[in-house]
Ligand binder design. Structure first.
Ligand code: ADP
Length: 302
């Protein structure tokens, strides 16, 4: 039986409302220029520093459908391109996310591309150079990408091992944009705007993040990302005490190591409790008692 080609509806991926995004440099202009020239884009940077939000913003700005794939170590070329499925006795072809984006002239965002199986490069490479075609071997089709299509991939250079590095033959096809944590003032604004937390708490959260980032490579694999600050601020706005919010939303997600947890916890206590004591919102005696009690808790001892 002749397989039926089924094209899914790209309109379900259109972003109607402007996603809030604070530019950190000239990334919007560079992305737009790459897009206009049909060049694929590589976003480099640590987790939680705004890459996905940037893509959502760009898709909205360029009025293109955004199809995002979170890559993992089982993700194959077929997962991206599509596969035959048997439905009601009939064999039908179902486009994968990459094929859907190519057909729809949308933006395909392959998040953490190095996690995917190696055979995915076979389908990405011809799309990421002058050919701009997607080989669909199983249906014997060579899908040509329209001028509207854009391939974007992300990767975190900090995580890469020799086994999971982005090969030169892949990376040299892309225009690369480097992302990092925003500078302190901007990061504070992002935390405030995203959560409605008061400016002083946002400032302390950012300061706390910087302290944890300084511990990178000295017990922590990564420091607190902007994402974690946003999570902590949301808890604070919902009435959770700042030190508890820092512990649950930042320290615990960062590490399981008891000594490291206690060190990170002390840092947040020094920022938030002492800040409260100084500002008079927490009586000196109450504050000292709280610090003492928390320091004596099992698991918090250095
Ligand atoms: P990544 O894709 O790099 O892992 P995200 O884009 O998901 O990270 O960012 C995590 C969160 O941090 C976002 O949901 C948003 O709340 C906030 N964020 C980070 N950078 C920005 C920015 N430049 N503008 C607005 N929000 C940001």
């Amino acid at each position: 039986m002749q397989p039926v080609l089924r094209v899914s509806r790209p309109e379900e991926y259109f972003i109607e409302e402007e996603p809030y995004y604070e530019p950190v440099g000239n990334e919007i202009a560079v992305f737009e220029a790459a897009y206009r020239n049909g060049l694929p884009v590589l976003l480099k940077g640590p987790t939680g520093c705004g890459k996905t939000r940037f893509m959502e913003h760009m898709a909205w700005r360029l009025k293109r459908a955004l199809i995002t794939v979170s890559c993992h170590d089982d993700l194959t070329a077929s997962d991206l391109v599509g596969r035959f499925l048997v439905k009601g006795g009939e064999t039908i072809w179902v486009d994968g996310p990459l094929a859907r984006a190519v057909r729809a002239g949308g933006i395909c965002y392959l998040d953490e591309i190095v996690e995917a199986r190696k055979d995915t490069t076979v389908v990405i490479h011809p799309l990421a150079d002058d050919r701009r075609v997607l080989p669909m071997e199983k249906v014997g089709e060579l899908l040509e990408a329209s001028t509207d299509f854009c391939l974007t991939i992300s990767y975190n250079p900090g995580y890469q091992s020799v086994l999971k590095d982005l090969k030169q033959s892949t990376r040299q096809r892309f225009v690369a944009l480097e992302f990092n944590y925003p500078e302190a003032g901007l990061e504070q604004r992002i935390v405030e705007k995203e959560t409605g937390v008061d400016p002083e708490q946002a400032r302390r959260l950012v300061k706390f993040a910087h302290m944890t980032r300084n511990l990178k490579g000295q017990g922590l694999d990564e420091g607190a990302s902007t994402r974690l600050l946003v999570h902590a601020a949301k808890l604070i706005v919902s009435g959770v005490a700042p030190v508890t919010a820092c512990r649950s939303a930042i320290a615990q997600p960062l590490t399981d190591d008891a000594d490291m947890l206690s060190a990170v916890y002390e840092l947040s206590a020094s920022l938030f409790l002492i800040g409260q004591i100084r500002s008079g919102t927490l009586g000196k005696q109450v504050g000292a008692a709280l610090l003492k009690r928390d320091a004596e808790k099992p698991g918090n001892k250095a």
